[in-house]
Design a protein around this ligand. Structure first.
Ligand SMILES: [Zn+2]
Ligand SMILES: [Zn+2]
Length: 645
């Protein structure tokens, strides 16, 4: 019986009579040798290796099948040279955060000044295999660096600050403005990129006014799951541009607290020209559950539960984490923090003076066994079942410093981010096998253990009514959510012509008389910018495209030795496959491929008076990928390599 060993790459030529090679007197070589330039041919073409990749697809060569070309609702939109805005015009460009949830960034351009709002990131998806994360496209800003007066950041979540260090380094390192905690969180983020220029940070407070070029900007406080979240007010001669960042209302049963009313009071009499706001929870009816209810729920549980309590939450929910520490402390319990982001964020919150745990309240995870179970609360990362998170390692017993005991209670104080369902289920199974009790936000009859940080439909309505804007641009959300948000604005009485649902890169302008909002035909570049290790690439990046294709259907390498003069094959081609089909079991397919290759090479050669190797290679790549697709219904990445002699 043949054992399926994984052969080393250089050993896998399946050509039986490779030794009969007469490649210019060279001995048999590895199937993928480095190109050795040989003498110039009579046709002025260098011999050696030419290679690029092909994949059969109805749409052409790219992209892979899981990523059909994106269809814009504005088919006319195209990238092109965009002239500066005319005198008096307000230009708005979302460079990230629409068509998606994550990597928020919006540019506001008036006259000679550009203000950038937020610079987020989102983590890699199956469309961007292997990259670390994705940031908004900075091309438009890079081309206008000298006009950028400020990066203003609404709050410290990664979808708003995650791209800050790299974005700043690409757009001329303008000054950064935000409230204290957000600045501290950005500092932590920037510390991961010591090679980049130092951030020019400026701490501002709500109520303060700053001047960016000729533009005046003010701030107001908003309620979110991280303290120091702020909304931004940009003054224009036709009224205010208002964008609250992520927010929900501080309300109980639909009654907004006086503190919250105070923050929004300036809008009562103000003339708001444009509102741009979050569409994340536009599908959820009613008001968002107030965080107080979660605080109360967690407090009840911490009081009631007798054994050890392990709370898994987003490390970004600093308000909630701080509250848990305070409750535990008041009940004489010790709190251990586990997970890097959990420790960092608590550290930052303490540094910002946001709360002050007593000495001895926070203990290292190694010491939890020194206390009776009913005196221990552990805050952990990993509520999404992330592979290497603290809770997941505890669930599969691979945590080196901590193990679960029968009688422990796990509180999953988070909703499940779409796409993470299976990981969370697997983790919960692992936890349940260890005899622990699990409480999640879906557990019936339990106290509230989680609330969203984004306003639901009623919060959103309240904001629209409060700000009564003339124009509206829904942001933060994928396209259908933005559309629903538009519908809501129209329900509230706004005429359709005053609303634009943007794509990333849409260039929108409010006319100089303040009476009209229009979408320009040109689009700012908006392709994904991927951060892979220390390099930044765009979404046409060959590396990423190839990774995607390799992950889908593997690869198929054709090495053809072609006679310099006749353009004919000098020997039967070498074939290599990885992750596509097992060659030994597909001899008939290979035989046919060889015939196809021979024909493709000879066809290409016969079309020109002398052999054109580029042409031969292209013909070979296209013919072979098409043939393999017809025979196997797979689309491997086909790499034709032409050796000439
Ligand atoms: Zn947020
Ligand atoms: Zn956000």
């Amino acid at each position: 019986m043949i054992k399926k060993n994984r052969l080393s790459f250089s050993a896998i030529s399946i050509e039986k009579d490779a030794k009969s090679s007469d490649a210019g007197g060279e001995p048999k070589r590895d199937p993928l040798p480095l190109s050795k330039p040989k003498s110039e041919t009579g046709y002025g073409r260098k011999s050696g290796i030419k290679s690029s990749t092909y994949q059969y697809s109805k749409f052409g060569k790219r992209p892979g099948r899981h990523a059909p070309p994106r269809r814009s609702p504005y088919p006319d939109a195209r990238e092109g040279k965009i002239p500066p805005p005319s005198e008096g015009v307000v230009r708005i460009i979302p460079l990230g955060g629409v068509e998606e949830i994550g990597k928020n960034m919006t540019a506001v351009e008036i006259g000679e000044d550009i203000i950038v709002i937020d610079a987020g990131m989102h983590f890699s998806t199956e469309e961007t295999p292997g990259v670390d994360y994705v940031i908004p496209n900075t091309t438009y800003l890079e081309e206008r660096k000298e006009k950028i007066r400020a990066l203003i950041v609404t709050h410290g979540h990664l979808d708003h600050i995650g791209g800050v260090p790299i974005v700043l380094s690409r757009i001329g390192n303008p000054p950064v403005y935000s409230r204290q905690l957000s600045i501290l969180l950005m500092r932590k983020r920037a510390a991961e990129f010591p090679q980049l220029p130092k951030m020019k940070e400026n701490i501002v407070e709500k109520g303060e006014t700053i001047t960016c070029g000729k533009i005046k900007v003010r701030f107001f406080g908003v309620t979110h799951t991280v303290p120091d979240s702020m909304g931004i007010i940009i003054e224009t001669k036709h009224g205010l541009i208002v964008t609250p960042g992520d927010y929900k209302l501080d309300q109980v049963d639909g009654v907004v607290t006086p503190e919250e009313e105070k923050e929004y009071a300036p809008f009562d009499k103000a003339k708001v020209l444009l509102l741009m706001t979050d569409s994340t929870n536009i599908e959820n009816e009613g008001y968002a559950l107030p965080e107080v209810k979660v605080h109360q729920g967690l407090e009840n549980l911490i009081r009631r539960i007798n054994g050890r309590i392990i709370i898994a939450a987003f490390a970004s929910h600093i308000t909630r984490l701080a509250h848990v520490v305070k409750i535990a402390e008041s009940l004489g319990k010790k709190v251990a923090l586990e997970g890097r982001s959990m420790k960092t964020n608590i550290e930052v919150a303490v540094e910002a003076g946001y709360f002050k745990p007593k000495k001895g309240t926070l203990i290292p995870i190694e010491e939890v066994n020194d206390y009776p179970p009913n005196r221990i609360v552990i805050l952990m990362t990993g509520a999404q079942g992330e592979e290497f998170s603290a809770l997941n390692r505890a669930a599969n017993k691979s945590h080196t410093k901590f193990s679960l005991h029968k009688g422990d209670t796990i509180i999953l104080s988070a909703s499940i981010v779409p796409g993470n369902e299976r990981a969370v289920e697997r983790m919960k199974d692992g936890l349940a096998r260890q005899g622990v009790h699990i409480i999640s936000y879906r557990t019936p009859g339990e106290d509230f253990v989680h609330a969203t940080g984004h306003g639901n439909k009623e919060d959103v309505k309240w904001l629209h009514k409060k700000t009564h804007p003339k124009f509206f641009i829904p942001i933060h959300g994928n396209h259908y959510r933005l559309q629903l948000h538009k519908d809501l604005a129209m329900e509230l009485g706004m005429p359709e012509k005053n609303i634009i649902v943007p794509d990333n890169g849409s260039v929108m302008e409010i006319s100089a008389d303040g009476e009209k909002i229009t979408l320009r035909r040109e689009k700012a570049p908006a392709g994904l910018m991927m951060v892979d290790g220390i390099s930044v690439g765009d979404d046409q990046d060959v590396v990423i495209r190839d990774r995607r294709m390799l992950a889908e259907d593997g690869m198929f390498v054709v090495i053809a030795l072609v006679d310099q003069k006749t353009g004919k094959l000098r020997k039967s081609p070498d074939l290599i496959s990885r992750g596509f089909v097992y060659l030994k079991e597909n001899q008939e397919l290979l035989r046919q491929v060889r015939l196809i290759i021979q024909k493709a090479v000879e066809d290409a050669a016969s079309r020109t008076p002398f052999p054109d190797f580029e042409n031969i290679k292209a013909n070979l790549g296209e013919t072979v990928s098409k043939f393999l697709y017809q025979k196997t219904a797979k689309r491997p990445l086909v790499i034709p390599v032409i050796l000439s002699s």
